[in-house]
Ligand binder design. Structure first.
Ligand code: SF4
Length: 189
């Protein structure tokens, strides 16, 4: 893989500009709560690997957040393994692929979880308020929420892409990492 490494210092900016909402909300939750449950760590951790965050940077990223609420020893014992595991450095040493939309959408999401696809798993009001908080126009918000309500999750995601990028591409979205790459392409133009 010849992709350039993505420094973790850029993740705050990338999350608002180039992450699909499923990953943006995981990033924001991690930043505010300094923790993610297992499903979130897996979904977000593999996505980060996919966009080009190195293992060393990933370890630093998770460590910096988690050690705000726990000591370093606990992090190293309970969580560092999973970060290395995602990169195929532990256990069966498989090279795990980031999840596609179908897998994320069909995942089971319980209370307190923030993984999954927000267009499928979030309550319409929660979704609305989130996008209001991002400063989206009401019409755009209603369009996205309406698509989500009708079960068109990936089309809602495509609409979200267009709102964020001020475009009208109407992309077919089938993978969070594909969403990211399309966004990066636009920025490179
Ligand atoms: Fe993420 Fe796919 Fe849902 Fe978009 S449609 S928010 S990329 S899971």
């Amino acid at each position: 893989d010849t992709k350039a490494a993505v420094p973790i210092e850029t993740l705050d900016s990338l999350s608002s500009k180039s992450f699909p909402l499923c990953m943006r909300q995981l990033h924001e939750h991690l930043r505010t709560a300094h923790h993610l449950k297992h499903g979130g760590r897996l979904q977000y951790g593999l996505f980060l690997k996919g966009i080009g965050v190195t293992l060393e940077d990933s370890l630093r990223f998770w460590r910096e957040e988690f050690t705000k609420i726990m000591d370093l020893d606990k992090f190293e014992k309970q969580y560092a393994y999973n970060v290395r595991y995602n990169y195929g450095k532990e256990g069966s040493k498989k090279n795990y692929s980031p999840f596609n939309c179908l897998k994320i959408i069909s995942n089971t999401v319980g209370p307190g979880d923030c993984h999954g696809c927000p267009f499928k798993h979030s309550d319409a009001n929660v979704l609305k308020n989130k996008m209001k908080g991002y400063g989206f126009e009401l019409q755009a918000i209603n369009d996205v929420v309406d698509l989500a309500k009708r079960g068109h999750y990936q089309i809602a995601c495509s609409k979200y892409f267009d709102v964020v990028h001020n475009s009208s591409m109407g992309l077919g979205i089938n993978h969070p990492n594909q969403y990211f790459e399309e966004s990066q392409k636009l920025k490179g133009e």
